[in-house]
Design a protein. Structure first.
Length: 190
């Protein structure tokens, strides 16, 4: 697939079939992420691949965060109901890849550039998934930044999650989309 076609045709796919994703497919996606540009060749990305019951790490973190928030708010919702509802989020796809930023501590490295590099890696991964016929969606949100989630993945001080990529076979055909003309968002300075 031509890279320009992949960029135009890729869509966020949240509705995924419960079909396994092969280790080879995941490795191709990881390799694409690993080749993203990065300042000072720091390669600040870390990948956590969750398949099968490995997704339990994410499910438990989602549940613990929701319980923590319910307790803080004084909500009397049933604990098992919260665990079931929140834990199910981890099973929306047969494969989930957590992508973290592990910033370099070299003095010349600018922290925000480490995040930019990891975001570029995530985009490469989304494009690779599309190119090999899979669907994927980049999920974030408040729970991803919670200390419980950071602990679940063993992140060190200064490390952060940047993406949860849900990957699988799309259940539906990809929709076509239109964008406003790029000329409307471009200023030429000559």
């Amino acid at each position: 697939m031509d890279v320009l076609d992949a960029i135009r045709e890729r869509r966020s796919v949240g509705l995924l079939a419960d079909e396994p994703v092969s280790k080879e497919q995941i490795e191709r996606i990881l390799e694409a992420g690993h080749w993203a540009p990065c300042h000072h060749l720091t390669e600040p990305w870390r990948f956590y691949v969750m398949l099968g019951e490995g997704r339990r790490v994410l499910a438990d973190a989602y549940a613990e965060i929701a319980l923590d928030q319910a307790r803080a708010a004084g909500t009397a919702e049933d604990e098992q109901n919260i665990r079931t509802k929140q834990g199910a989020k981890a099973y929306r796809a047969p494969a989930v890849i957590a992508v973290a930023v592990s910033p370099s501590d070299k003095p010349q490295v600018v922290r925000v550039e480490e995040f930019a590099a990891v975001h570029a890696a995530v985009q490469n991964m989304l494009l690779a998934a599309h190119a090999i016929g899979l669907g994927a969606i980049w999920r974030t949100g408040e729970p991803m930044y919670h200390p419980i989630m950071r602990k679940a993945f063993g992140l060190a001080e200064g490390e952060e999650l940047a993406a949860l990529l849900y990957v699988g076979v799309p259940k539906l055909p990809l929709p076509t989309k239109k964008r406003k003309p790029v000329q409307d968002k471009t200023v030429w300075i000559e």
